[in-house]
Write a protein that binds this ligand. Structure first.
Ligand code: ATP
Ligand code: MG
Length: 198
């Protein structure tokens, strides 16, 4: 930006696997908010998913790298993958704040389903101090910030992609295609590493 402040989007997720719903949301928010970069941050151990099996962090990280490689404004951070213990967004924000320095505004992008539950996350007051939150539409979920502090959150309508990682995993397990739901390189990575074939 003209005043030298960098505007950085953060897209956190399990990305098991990353799909076009994630990528469209990030691209649309980057355009609407004039972001210089969007950093995708795959979780380490997601605390909300402790009782469901999650693919190895390294596979989820590499799929995220493959999916974002062609976009010069998309980056991938290992911050959560490399931190021990369950991943909390407040820690992600602290780490990225330290990495990017004070002349940066952070924008945390989250889908409508995650935004509904955000007040159950750890240290929400600090979270809202560290970043501005951007809730995006997701088919099947109501997008609302009524439960959240004023000015903490903006809501953005993004092209509707009725895609979830859960559905992609179920499709692979059932031998059905995931072409065009996830980037081509991710289809190939899933096959190469035989992910989701229970
Ligand atoms: P799972 O089914 O395993 O929970 P998911 O598709 O919900 O996977 P996550 O990695 O859990 O993907 O989501 C990361 C972030 O992306 C969350 O904020 C989520 O709300 C958002 N998101 C996921 N899919 C979409 C979509 N199709 N449209 C908009 N936002 C999405
Ligand atoms: Mg999810």
């Amino acid at each position: 930006m003209a005043d030298g402040t960098r505007r950085i989007g953060i897209m956190g997720g399990t990305f098991d696997p990353i799909h076009h719903g994630h990528l469209v949301a990030a691209s649309e928010v980057a355009d609407r908010f004039g972001l210089d970069e969007v950093v995708f941050v795959p979780t380490g151990q997601p605390w909300q998913k402790e009782d469901v099996p999650v693919s190895p962090a390294e596979d989820r990280y590499l799929m995220t790298v493959v999916a974002t490689a062609s976009n010069p404004r998309f980056q991938v951070s290992r911050a959560d993958v490399d931190r021990d213990g369950p991943t909390y967004t407040v820690d992600t924000l602290r780490d990225l704040r330290a990495e990017y320095g004070p002349d940066t505004r952070l924008f945390f992008i989250t889908g409508a389903d995650a935004l509904e539950k955000i007040l159950s996350w750890k240290d929400t007051d600090q979270m809202f101090e560290l970043a501005h939150f951007i809730g995006v539409t997701r088919p099947g979920f109501e997008l609302s910030a009524a439960h959240l502090p004023d000015d903490a959150v903006s809501l953005v309508r993004v092209p509707a992609m009725a895609i979830s990682s859960t559905d992609c995993r179920a499709r692979v397990a059932a031998g059905k295609p995931v072409w065009y739901l996830v980037p081509d390189g991710v289809v190939q990575y899933i096959a190469k590493r035989r992910l989701y074939q229970t």
